[in-house]
Write a protein that binds this ligand. Structure first.
Ligand code: BF8
Length: 658
């Protein structure tokens, strides 16, 4: 009791305008206060981040500690075993890479398992939708496709891609996609991934007490493991999901909480694996379930997405998306959600309590993720509809028994989503000859200064969406074409930057290109595993020529301005290892001026990789990225101002005929 009282008096009032610029989320946070409901925003404001953990100056890898070093005097002492600050930080960082890579590769492996069972005919509720992509990927990996049955090609592709996970020696299959000079750097440094299981296992081993105690050697295995994520697990997840569910093409779609409908049964799917969502799409279109919803008094069933599987469904099917990571609790506060089905990753445990406050039914569906207080209805891929139909039935019951006021923010933002590296190829290259040449040409002639990937999470330690939006606006204003994934894509979509008309916010060169092609200045590529699409786009840019031979030569940069997950660290590390300057915001878990810090922020670049950068300020972040892009342009000899001419129809035809 005494303790409870103490917590109560300590709780601060949340200043909502300090924690989010998402109007819908802000409206719901106001309602939460009236309703006496707590969210991650409140918990973050009441719980100071542990300063020692934030600096990564603490080691808890054995029971001689935990050992606490000082960020102010990093070399003043060592751990009980003698571990230095560099060893401790490198080990902590490595475990983040291992966990993030494991999340993506395990997701990719379950997509591959599903693919195998579909090809074998053991699963009938899913099918191969994109046979063209199947053949393209197979060809790239050296699999014969001419005159062969789809099933045979698919089985060979399965066997080839399985090596991504289980291979113990050799190079992962998608190493074939890496530009030769980049691959040379990896080979020289001994970081070409063998198989992701081996790399993750070895990284966990090497970070055990008394094993790898040289920060440079630990970083080497960080690179290898992260690359096994980006060019392995994540890339397999993207490619197999495209083959099974369709490669995205541009689609007009809505985001934000205004996509909820008070007179409908509202169902949210939140998580990362598209198989749950695809099956739910079938369930909500089942005439008998629609009928049941109508009998319960609803006008119909409204299916919406959140976070990454939501971003995939937005891209592939134009399914509305109601918000990013920091809005997952807020959306429940509307009272309008009749059921939320979750699978894996970025599912806050706090959802269970908020759902309970509003009588929303929260269902876990994946054997890898259960939450105390949530009901578990497992999705079996051989009979997925049993799970998704049951969630719909439960949602209908909840709709019928709604007994509290509903408040849906009246905010909806329309935009064009569903870009893929294949579509960028086609869109910029033309109907007859899909190619990245026009993108490279526009970079060389200076209309486009460079390309930036702005990706990643939202985090209650910074104002939700603000850093993403300010950074992207600053980049496009300076003629930098922005590609996006994950929660960052949703932040910009809510800000209206996915409309082609947003091109007026871009610099004159980028604006010309956007207006000629009819595209927005910001291109959404889907979920976090779809960052692999950015890697492939970079490869293509290097392969086409004119911008150097390796990814490290390209005028490109990356950022995760509001990151929070270990997956983000793995993504950052695989971009850095691939040759990209990558800037993170919020915080960076390393003490500045240590040897490990210098290696990540400088040394890696000297070895032919990319490097890390850090700042919390979006304008400074943009400045750092643009400065890097300009440095690369200068090295390529394309830094001089070029004559800017409008690309008209005749030019496009010339390019297509070339
Ligand atoms: O993988 S961007 S908060 S939802 S970790 Fe999570 Fe971050 Fe969102 Fe998807 Ni990615």
């Amino acid at each position: 009791m005494e303790k409870e009282k103490k917590t109560e008096t300590k709780a601060k009032t949340l200043n909502i305008s300090d924690v989010t610029i998402c109007d819908a989320t802000a409206q719901m946070l106001k309602k939460a206060e009236k309703d006496g409901v707590e969210t991650a925003f409140h918990r973050a404001s009441n719980m100071k981040a542990c300063p020692i953990g934030a600096d990564s100056a603490c080691c808890k890898h054995c029971s001689m500690g935990p050992c606490r070093l000082s960020a102010k005097d990093p070399y003043g002492k060592v751990g009980v075993c003698g571990a230095t600050i560099d060893t401790i930080q490198a080990r902590n960082f490595a475990r983040m890479v291992a966990s993030g890579a494991a999340a993506h590769t395990d997701h990719g492996m379950s997509m591959l398992d599903l693919f195998r069972e579909v090809v074998n005919g053991n699963i009938e509720d899913y099918a191969i939708k994109d046979t063209i992509k199947l053949e393209e990927v197979a060809k790239e990996l050296g699999i014969e496709v001419e005159g062969r049955e789809i099933k045979d090609i698919a089985m060979d592709l399965y066997k080839e891609l399985e090596r991504t996970y289980i291979q113990v020696e050799g190079e992962i299959p998608f190493a074939k996609r890496v530009p030769e000079k980049t691959l040379e750097t990896w080979r020289k440094n001994g970081v070409v991934p063998r198989g992701s299981m081996r790399e993750i296992m070895e990284l966990m081993h090497r970070t055990h007490i008394g094993v790898d105690q040289h920060y440079e050697n630990i970083t080497k295995q960080c690179n290898r493991t992260a690359l096994a994520d980006g060019w392995g697990g994540s890339m397999v997840a993207t490619e197999i999901s495209d083959i099974l569910f369709g490669t995205p093409t541009p689609v007009k779609a809505d985001v934000n909480m205004g996509c909820l409908k008070e007179d409908h049964v509202n169902i949210i799917i939140h998580g990362h694996e598209p198989n749950l969502f695809e099956s739910m799409l079938d369930s909500v279109n089942d005439p008998s379930l629609i009928e049941a919803a109508k009998e319960a008094g609803a006008q119909g069933i409204n299916l919406v997405g959140m976070c990454c599987s939501g971003a995939e469904m937005l891209s592939r099917h134009g399914i509305p998306h109601v918000g990013n990571f920091m809005s997952t609790e807020a959306v429940l506060i509307t009272g309008a959600i009749d059921a939320m089905g979750v699978d894996v990753q970025c599912i806050k445990q706090g959802l269970a309590k908020v759902a309970d406050c509003y009588g929303t039914k929260l269902f876990t569906t994946n054997p890898r993720c259960r939450i105390e207080g949530a009901e578990h209805i497992e999705l079996h891929e051989h009979k997925p509809r049993e799970c998704t139909d049951s969630i719909v039935e439960n949602a209908i019951v909840r709709f019928k028994n709604r007994n509290m006021p509903i408040e849906i923010p009246n905010i909806k933002n329309t935009g064009i989503h569903g870009f893929s590296h294949e579509y960028i190829n086609y869109m910029l290259g033309g109907t007859f000859r899909a190619s990245y040449s026009p993108l490279n040409d526009n970079i060389i002639n200076g209309r486009i200064r460079g390309v930036a990937g702005v990706v990643g999470c939202t985090n209650p330690r910074v104002k939700q969406d603000w850093v993403h939006i300010e950074l992207v606006k600053e980049l496009i204003r300076n003629d930098v074409l922005v590609v996006q994934t994950g929660c960052s894509q949703i932040a910009l979509a809510k800000a209206g930057l996915y409309k082609p008309e947003a091109a007026h916010l871009a610099g004159s060169g980028l604006q010309e290109v956007c207006e000629t092609v009819g595209m927005p200045p910001v291109l959404g590529l889907g979920s976090c595993v779809d960052n692999s699409r950015i890697l492939i786009a970079c490869s293509e840019m290097a392969r086409i020529g004119g911008l150097g031979d390796s990814i490290a030569d390209l005028p490109v940069a990356g950022a995760a301005p509001e990151w929070m997950s270990e997956k983000a660290i793995s993504i950052g590390q695989y971009f850095v290892a691939s040759g990209v300057f990558t800037v993170f915001g919020v915080t960076f878990p390393i003490v500045e001026e240590t040897k490990f810090h210098k290696l990540l922020f400088q040394g890696l670049e000297e070895m032919g990789f990319g490097k890390w950068g850090f700042t919390v300020d979006p304008y400074e972040m943009a400045r750092m990225m643009i400065e890097h892009i300009d440095k690369k342009r200068k090295a390529l000899g394309i830094d001089k101002a070029r004559e800017r001419v409008l690309m008209d129809m005749a030019d496009r035809q010339k390019l297509e005929a070339a």
